[in-house]
Design a protein around this ligand. Structure first.
Ligand code: NDP
Length: 240
């Protein structure tokens, strides 16, 4: 039977590419999303991937959503914590709401999504948890104190959880993408984006498929010796 992979924020951008790549690699895939039903339904119809709606910041919603996925598709053996948002602004102007929204979606979700699944993975002696952090969690980014703090938290969470579960057949890794050509980056004003691209040694934005390929590797049986790692994929922009 095909292994089940659950990808948060799986209906658009990097998450959508991850779902498609995992499906091509033979997994039964569940794509979670939060608000955009039109995009989610179009994605489901185009790619034949089941979509499930809940907010990753909502603890009870995650527990119920995961239970539904497992009831319909079977035990989840690959979890990709990909959903993320930005609420940018200089810190001296930032509201607590901007801070909290980013923390809840990008960092609290590590708990709300992973906690309901980890015991089953440990009991079965197999699991793959892949967390999507960011270059800006490694180097910090002006205007993104909230996002940089949350994404740095994802790296720490990954390393601690990897240590706790290494002896149980469960690996935990994270990927730090640089600037990838998705709607999140399309929202960056053109002059700012031009400046960003000029600072990327390979001279272009990354493609979502390039991150998805790394996820497929980390999910594979051959990656069983890789745990607690931070995979940097940023076109040479920052070498942590
Ligand atoms: P997009 O904005 O293109 O897509 C975000 C996805 O996350 C959508 O499917 C969205 O669902 C979902 N989502 C947002 N909030 C929630 C929530 N509370 N609960 C469930 N799902 C949610 O993002 P990207 O593809 O650009 O980014 C994906 C990940 O990669 C994020 O963690 C981001 O921080 C990280 N990243 C992105 C980079 C980039 O350059 N794009 C660079 C480095 C890291 P819906 O459609 O319903 O809104």
């Amino acid at each position: 039977m095909a292994k089940v992979a659950l990808v948060t924020g799986g209906t658009r951008g990097i998450g959508a590419a991850i779902c498609i790549a995992l499906k091509e690699a033979g997994y039964t895939v569940a794509a979670n999303y939060c608000g955009n039903d039109e995009k989610a339904n179009a994605f489901r119809d185009q790619h034949g991937i089941a979509v499930f709606k809940w907010d990753v910041a909502d603890e009870a919603g995650c527990a119920a959503g995961i239970a539904k996925v497992e009831a319909e598709l079977g035990p989840v053996s690959v979890l990709v914590n990909n959903a993320g948002i930005t609420r940018d602004g200089m810190f001296h102007k930032m509201t607590f709401t901007q801070w909290q929204e980013v923390m809840r979606t990008n960092l609290d979700s590590m708990f709300t999504m992973t906690r309901p699944l980890i015991e089953g993975m440990r009991a079965r002696g197999h699991g793959r948890i892949i967390n999507i952090s960011s270059i800006n969690g490694q180097k910090g980014q002006m205007g993104q104190t909230n996002y940089s703090a949350a994404k740095a938290g994802v790296i720490g969470f990954t390393k601690a959880l990897a240590q706790e579960n290494a002896g149980k057949g469960v690996t935990v890794n994270c990927i730090c993408p640089g600037y990838i050509n998705t709607e999140m980056v399309a929202a960056v004003p053109e002059p700012v984006l031009t400046k960003i691209v000029s600072a990327i040694p390979v001279g272009r934005l990354g493609q979502a498929e390039e991150i998805a390929a790394a996820v497929v590797y980390l999910a594979s049986d051959l990656a069983g010796f890789v745990t607690g790692s931070t995979l940097t994929a940023n076109g040479g922009q920052y070498m942590a």
